[in-house]
Design a binder for this molecule. Sequence first.
Ligand code: LM2
Ligand code: CA
Length: 493
Amino acid sequence: MPRLGRPGTRRGLLVAGAMAALLALTSCAAPQDSGDRTAQDAGIQLFQLPWNSIAGECETTLGPNGFSWVLTSPPNESIARDEWWASYQPVGYGLESRLGSREEFADMVARCDAAGVDVIADAVINHMTGQDAAGTGFAGTPYEHYAYRGLYAAADFHHCGLTTDDDILDYDSREQVQTCELVNLADLDTSSPRVRETIVAYLDDLLSLGVAGFRIDAAKHMAADDVAAIVGALPEGTRIISEVIRGAGEPVQPEEYTGLGEVFEFSYARDLAPQLESGVFADPELEGDRPLHVPADTAVVFVDNHDTERREADVTYRDGALYVIANALMLADDYGTPIVYSGYAFSDRDAGAPAGADGAVDQASCADATGPADAYDDGERTCVQSWPAIAGMLEFRAVAGDAPRLEGVDEGDAYGFEREGRGVVAVNVGAEEQTVEIPTSLPAGEYCDAITGGREPVTSDGCRGAVYTVEDGVARFELGPLVAAAIHADSRR
Ligand code: LM2
Ligand code: CA
């Protein structure tokens, strides 16, 4: 495979992009229903979007575009503050939040379900608030740092005694990471049967409303045995996705949590981003497990999420066309289950979603959105779920099924690969036009592009978007700067 990559900097790319724009465990628990899921399975995180709005998205966009599940923000009562991260400071397990009421949550689950979309709720169960002063939650429930009415008292919390203020200081210490306080958040003693039962009752309540499963927030900060005990008490088939941020050399690793479900694999975006920035691509391990990645059937992969877009993620909605390319490569891949991310634009990392005076987050709809936009105003929804390129790649994914990813071709700043016999994806992350030719067993012919053509790229009189040709066992892509292309077995015209 030619390695003619001209290493470029991200800044160079962005300038080029702007110029182009000017021109144009444990064993005891395993309630996992991976048997029900397919290689096409793809989710979307709708960050800080109210329940009524998510219900609408399920009907107008998520279902029709082929998303099979949606990850919501935490549904329970939390501290009453405007920052988005108030959601990560629980005051109680009543379902009254800035995103909606219990009734609205239940209605959303039912409507999403009817649209063929499972709801996965973000479960914040490692901790309660990080407030030192007593306060009142969003729904009016009074609380103190170690006192939560009807739920927990001081004896239900870890008081690790390992650091001066019981905060986590050293991520090389398993004991600190799991029993001290993460940024002062009162750390539940998840080894306690009483605490476990209280958490299970909360999760059971959400299941009774029809959720399919949970993101386990801050799972790294709970012993895998503790999470396993909680998950083991839930009905079989409950989907569990643990958030365990992989840290080099740290004692707590994601592999400890794969026995109880899936985990978010942070290595995926960390590997992808530098290739997009440099234009130097390398195939991942195509046979067997990828290094520093959990096995494919337990991995949930993402380009960015609400934490990484505020932190280390190098490719986000701000990067427009490059972000489309990142998502296209992820959705074309055969590793793990992808989750696309959709939030709102921000310049202040703490800024919450636009909300009314009472704190309730404003409703929003992406039904008519196309994208990405050239620029977003602060607070504006990115609406990634509506982008034709994303819809087109979900169709590509459905057509690709479980066909394996084959060896790729790296040509200049372009790269592409085939899903054997089912589809070919190609991208150009450079500032110059670049042609890349990818061997394929797709039949010769003209193919409509799923990136520019969307979910139904073929029309009665041709292609909705770009056209690419397969001839003599080669798919040929002449790609302008920052362009992605994808053809598949059902997009031949
Ligand atoms: C997560 N996963 O493990 C969430 O994905 C992440 O968004 C959460 O952090 C974190 N763990 C706790 O659930 C966010 C946010 C923090 C914020 C916390 C708690 O990134 O900035 O911390 O939620 O709301 C904030 C302040 C921090 C303060 C803390 C406690 O930024 O300075 O610490 O509240 O009041 C004293
Ligand atoms: Ca903990």
